[in-house]
Design a binder for this molecule. Structure first.
Ligand SMILES: O=C(O)CCC(=O)C(=O)O
Ligand SMILES: [Fe+2]
Length: 386
């Protein structure tokens, strides 16, 4: 029997963009299916566990889940239950198709933000107020200890601002009509994060709901949506656009269209490209997961370079959701799991050497990578020590 066309690899390409080249080293990310995870498919959950322990990066196929809720009658079936849970806000379910649609729309919104004149965008650089939310201009971050400037610009939107959990931050007018879209993207990203954390919680045999309870949607946290924007670099003067790093938080959901993201697989010296796949997000774990689990879970080093091959002449944009522990959560080894206790005993490097809250850790790491920041103090868990 012939394979089904919808599963063929060419359908995972972005047909409106030049192809991702075949002759570059490609990172060995496992492809995990969201729909199977939600059905509790044990083989798929094994794959998730392996990916989170070994590489800390994987593809999540978001397609084909939540089709039923495309219609206006999203929660008809158990409306009564939903109403009991929350009269004002209907429960948001795992819905990969909705997340893909929101991400698509947000690519358009991000484009409008970066098209604004620099003088307008720079009004929203909140670094001097001690915040990493808002705008970071091109070259305003550093990629190494020597202070080499980066080659990208960011715009960061705070979850708490969009959900009304904090004061509204100043933002460009072009974002105002899209707050509902941002809200939907945040909620749908967060439900995926909660599901992944729940599955990891079970595999770690942590007390019921431990990891999800440290990442509640309505807790004040550093969760954010980010657009990363990088125009093509001149052929004779190319360098890393976003310096090598591990992510600071817990779970990152990344939407890529052009190549350029690279990971340095464990024990390897060769940077490998992550090929973007249509209908998929790239998921990676951050340092908080390493600290919580004494290093059982992996937060892998990655960076962004100019897109490879024929893609090199195109402006690269990516969209990211960063889920982070609630502000007051201490980033230390969690109690209540024999697996984690055993790992802690085998590997005392992963100890509780520093009592630091999620909020302090993220601020230190984010602002330390800005120009004039403290590079030495802004390192993550990549050296193997927490
Ligand atoms: O743009 C990308 O593909 C990755 C961005 C990233 O690693 C980050 O913003 O932390
Ligand atoms: Fe990152």
């Amino acid at each position: 029997m012939q394979h089904k066309p919808e599963l063929s690899n060419s359908n995972l390409d972005f047909h409106d963009l030049p192809p991702f080249p075949e002759d570059v080293p490609k990172a060995p990310l496992l492809r995990i299916n969201l729909s199977k995870l939600t059905e509790g498919d044990e083989d798929e959950i094994d794959k998730l566990w392996k990916a989170c322990c070994e590489l800390g990066f994987f593809y999540l196929d978001l397609r084909g889940i939540g089709k039923r809720s495309d219609s206006a009658t999203e929660h008809d079936e158990d409306d009564a239950q939903v109403k009991v849970e929350s009269a004002a806000e209907p429960e948001v379910r795992v819905n990969g198709d909705q997340l893909l649609r929101d991400a698509d729309e947000l690519f358009g919104v991000g484009k409008k933000v970066f098209e604004l004149p620099f003088d307008e965008k720079v009004k929203y650089d909140l670094k001097d107020q001690g915040s990493y939310f808002g705008y970071k201009g091109y070259g305003q971050g550093v990629i190494d200890a020597e202070g080499t400037k980066d080659r990208n610009e960011f715009y960061n939107v705070s979850k708490d601002d969009i959900l009304g959990l904090s004061e509204s931050l100043p933002a460009p007018e072009v974002l105002s009509p899209h707050r509902d879209l941002l809200k939907s993207f945040i909620q749908h990203s967060h439900t995926v994060v909660t599901m992944l954390l729940g599955l990891l919680n079970t595999r770690l045999s942590l007390p019921q709901d431990k990891l999800p309870s440290l990442h509640k949607l309505d807790s004040v946290s550093g969760d954010q949506v980010r657009w990363v924007h990088a125009p093509p670099q001149p052929m004779d003067d190319r360098r890393t656009a976003l310096g090598q790093h591990t992510d600071f938080g817990s779970v990152t959901i990344l939407f890529n269209r052009l190549g350029g993201l690279q990971v340095l697989p464990p024990k390897s010296e060769e940077w490998c490209y992550v090929k973007p796949l249509r209908g998929h997000a790239v998921i990676n774990l951050g340092d908080a997961m390493v600290k919580f689990t004494a290093g059982i879970l992996r937060s892998n080093t990655h960076r962004v370079v100019n897109p490879p091959g024929e893609q090199a002449e195109h402006t690269r944009m990516s969209l990211v959701y960063f889920a982070r522990p609630a502000d007051e959560v201490l980033l230390k080894v969690l109690d209540g799991s024999r697996l984690i206790d055993e790992k802690r005993q085998q590997d005392p490097n992963h100890g509780d050497d520093e009592e630091i809250t999620s909020k302090e850790w993220i601020l230190r790491r984010a602002l330390g990578r800005r120009e004039g920041g403290d590079w030495a103090k802004a390192g993550g868990t990549e050296t193997g020590c927490t």
